[in-house]
Design a protein around this ligand. Structure first.
Ligand SMILES: NC(=O)c1ccc[n+]([C@@H]2O[C@H](COP(=O)([O-])OP(=O)(O)OC[C@H]3O[C@@H](n4cnc5c(N)ncnc54)[C@H](O)[C@@H]3O)[C@@H](O)[C@H]2O)c1
Length: 328
């Protein structure tokens, strides 16, 4: 079978990484077009991966079999809808949209088309550590899950730059992770911060699942010391913890410890490769795997409630409407 001809829209940190991974680590795909508002950047990455720069997102969509959206968050929903309307498979980086209304437009476009085309880039669903953590829930080893604790820290962050985008752009990973781990919807959320004025970073979310479990999630996007993602699942038969990667512990001159990286791309590179490979293979079969547009919309609904909770100091209910049959 011939390779999937892929376009990449947005060639910044994430888009360049995805383009390189597709070119070197996904045998079923080739990157044929790259678009970025920064045309020099698009040409540089296109040259690197053996493709050509595109003149516009529209021409890119017309010239490829499928495309990756890795441009800023506010561009995602329109590009995903354009992909659905053109009948092209889309791997849309998270979040699917900035607002739940915009994410709903993507769902509605797929429902109108009667087919799914969009996978949302919630890469943790492909991360071997997260898959193993989910296994400890589904195989029953931790028993009935009661509580989850999540930690998500960046050394610094150029895209989550205010109190709202921390929720809609960063904490949204946690919302999808918890929905996916427990295969359930988030029913309520409270978000608080020790920072009284200005950019509320860090933030602590308390979440309630429909099934009754409670979750805490700390997201701190300027934690300075490094990139650190951890989750603990606590059940009535035990606990399972996804620890940070600590390959080598050094004991030197009276000190012991391991290094902590600061680059999220490096940390999750294998999960991105597995995500892109699964997406390309599924696209060639005309299928969608991973997080759906519905999952993206559900995460955006939680984020919208989270922003309200943070702003108003309230506990907010998350009202998830009936799931269309397309996403059964
Ligand atoms: N899944 C993950 O783990 C993960 C991690 C980081 C970022 N992301 C997401 O990936 C996306 C890109 O993030 P990033 O860190 O690469 O940001 P970035 O700022 O490094 O790159 C964004 C790129 O998009 C280009 N651009 C700006 N406006 C554009 C437009 N209208 N059309 C096309 N290109 C445009 C910029 O020139 C830049 O090259 C964001 O949506 C972000 O939320 C996902």
């Amino acid at each position: 079978m011939s390779k999937l001809r892929v376009g990449v829209i947005g060639a910044g940190a994430m888009g360049a990484s995805h383009a390189r991974t597709l070119a070197t680590g996904v045998p079923s795909a080739e990157v044929t077009r790259v678009f970025d508002m920064d045309t020099a950047r698009a040409k540089q990455i296109a040259d690197e991966v053996g493709g050509a720069p595109a003149d516009s997102p529209e021409s890119l969509i017309a010239e490829v079999d499928a495309f990756v959206v890795a441009s800023p968050d506010f561009t995602h929903a329109d590009l995903a809808v354009a992909g659905v309307e053109a009948g092209k498979h889309v791997l849309c980086e998270k979040p699917l949209a900035v607002t739940a209304d915009d994410a709903r437009r993507v769902v509605d476009a797929e429902v109108a088309a009667g087919r799914r085309f969009v996978q949302v880039g919630f890469n943790r669903r492909f991360d071997p550590g997260f898959v193993s953590l989910k296994g400890s829930i589904t195989d029953g080893s931790v028993g009935r899950v009661q509580v989850l604790h999540g930690i998500h820290r960046n050394a610094s962050n150029a895209t989550s730059t205010d109190s709202s985008t921390l929720v809609t752009g960063s904490m949204i990973h946690e919302f999808d992770t918890f929905r996916w781990l427990l295969d359930d919807e988030i029913a309520g959320i409270r978000v608080e911060s020790p920072v009284a004025d200005g950019f509320k970073d860090p933030q602590i979310a308390t979440l309630w699942m429909r099934g009754g479990q409670m979750i805490t999630a700390e997201v701190y996007v300027n934690a300075a010391y490094g990139y650190d993602v951890r989750v603990e699942v606590v059940g009535d038969a035990g606990s399972a913890t996804l620890e940070p990667r600590t390959p080598v512990v050094r004991r030197i001159a009276g000190q012991g410890g391991s290094s902590i990286g600061s680059d999220f791309v490096e940390h999750f590179l294998e999960s991105y490769r597995l995500e892109l490979a699964a997406w390309a293979d599924a696209s060639l079969r005309g299928e969608v795997v991973g997080a759906s547009a519905w999952d993206g919309f559900a995460a955006n609904l939680v984020a919208a409630s989270g922003v309200r909770a943070l702003t108003e100091g309230t506990r907010e209910t998350v009202a998830v409407p009936e799931r269309p049959a397309l996403y059964a």
